[in-house]
Design a protein around this ligand. Structure first.
Ligand code: GDP
Ligand code: MN
Length: 380
């Protein structure tokens, strides 16, 4: 997951790297008493500058205007709920520096370019991008930085080598997948500072990274999905608040497939869900939680359940589904379950004994068609 710039800079600053001073301002909070600064949208995407999400302000009035304009803006589908207000940096040049991990090969691509800033992907300057692929290892990465820096214009060689070498431990320490500094501000005196930081961390490393976990848990409003996953141990994402079909599914792949199938039929599903049936351990808590979230959707008319029981048992899943349904009476939409795998007969018997509150299908197409039909207004 990508950290917000404000947090990436906080972590880099804690590691002693030169980061301009900045404060986070959330929607609705009073503006800090500053005379000037750069106001930057805190959304986990690049290209904020080009989208109008980065504004320089040279007086308090301009600062207020900039914060007002950027808060509430939507950039690449992300609503801006917070901005970072940072001291204005003075610099002569904007350079580019990044480390990208290939996790399958444990190789890191080190990239340096004398042309950073918002135009870094321009054809005109792409030829100046220098890269090397080296093992995920501090000394190899530092050596690559030094070699690449030698291919930069003379005034950039020393600052870029210093910056790159200083960033290697931060990249390794946070088990990053990507650390991109763009722009890397370089001053005429050879000093440098981190203009923007894109830090993508590996969620699988969280059990070893308490500082990252703490950052996310303390700001659940800014990292809703990651905070949820940390708290619940499974993935749930609201896709379309107006969607009319809720999904209770296990396995990210199965859930994505279902979303594709529904979208191909012109539907807009409410949510993505990888509930991980293997971790139920006889407890309906996860099902109850997901049913509550789905019940909160304003237009939910149908719920599609899709469980493949490989090392789990559909009999147990059916029992837990009934228990969860009892616990969430506000979920009034009909449940259609596509069950396949171990314990199908037992699941059918359990649902039948309860008066068939859940329609069971084994065929995926039929389950999808039925769930869609049950979402139609005439069905009610
Ligand atoms: P991105 O577009 O999401 O990558 O956002 P950046 O943080 O990279 O900001 C975009 C551009 O804003 C940078 O390339 C700079 O040109 C400019 N910028 C950001 N901070 C400052 C600053 O403190 N001073 C000045 N003069 N420009 C800045
Ligand atoms: Mn940038």
């Amino acid at each position: 997951m990508m950290l917000l710039e404000h947090d990436a800079k906080a972590l880099l600053g804690e590691a002693g790297l030169p980061v301009p001073q900045g404060v986070l301002l959330r929607e609705g909070e009073p503006l800090p008493p500053l005379d000037q600064g750069v106001v930057k949208a805190q959304v986990p995407v690049g290209g904020r500058g080009k989208a109008g999400g980065v504004k320089l302000a040279r007086n308090p009035e301009a600062l207020r205007e900039a914060a007002k304009a950027i808060l509430g803006m939507t950039i690449k589908g992300h609503c801006v709920h917070a901005v970072r207000i940072e001291e204005l940096a003075t610099f002569a040049l904007e350079a580019y520096l990044s480390f990208t991990l290939d996790p399958a090969l444990a190789l890191v691509t080190v990239m340096l370019s004398p042309h950073g800033g918002v135009e870094v992907e321009d054809e005109a300057t792409r030829g100046d991008l220098q890269r090397e692929i080296v093992p995920l290892e501090a000394e190899a990465m530092r050596a690559a930085v030094r070699r690449l820096a030698e291919r930069m214009p003379p005034e950039l060689r020393a600052p870029m080598a210093q910056a790159g070498e200083a960033l290697v431990p931060a990249f390794l320490e946070h088990e990053a997948l990507l650390l991109e500094i763009n722009p890397l501000f370089v001053r005429t005196d050879g000093g440098w500072a981190i203009g923007d930081a894109k830090l993508v961390v590996d969620e699988n490393a969280f059990p070893r990274r308490p500082r990252l976990v703490q950052l996310i848990e303390a700001q659940a409003d800014l990292y809703p999905e990651a905070a949820l996953k940390l708290a619940q141990g499974f993935d749930y994402v609201e896709l379309d608040r107006q969607g009319d079909i809720g999904l209770i599914t296990t396995g990210a792949g199965l859930s994505m497939q279902l979303i594709d199938e529904l979208v191909a039929r012109g539907r807009s599903p409410y949510n993505f869900c990888d509930i991980r049936t293997g971790q139920f351990r006889g407890d309906p808590a996860r099902l109850i939680q997901v049913m509550r979230w789905i019940a909160a959707g304003p237009n939910i008319r149908s719920v599609l359940v899709n469980f493949f029981a490989g090392h789990t048992h559909l009999g147990e899943i059916a029992r837990l589904l009934l228990e969860a349904r009892e616990a969430v009476p506000e979920l009034t939409a009909p449940l259609t379950a596509r069950f396949i795998g171990n314990g199908l007969d037992e699941a059918r018997a359990i649902i039948a004994a309860a008066g068939d509150p859940i329609a069971i299908e084994t065929d995926l197409e039929r389950a999808i068609d039925l769930a869609i039909a049950r979402a139609e207004p005439e069905h009610a």
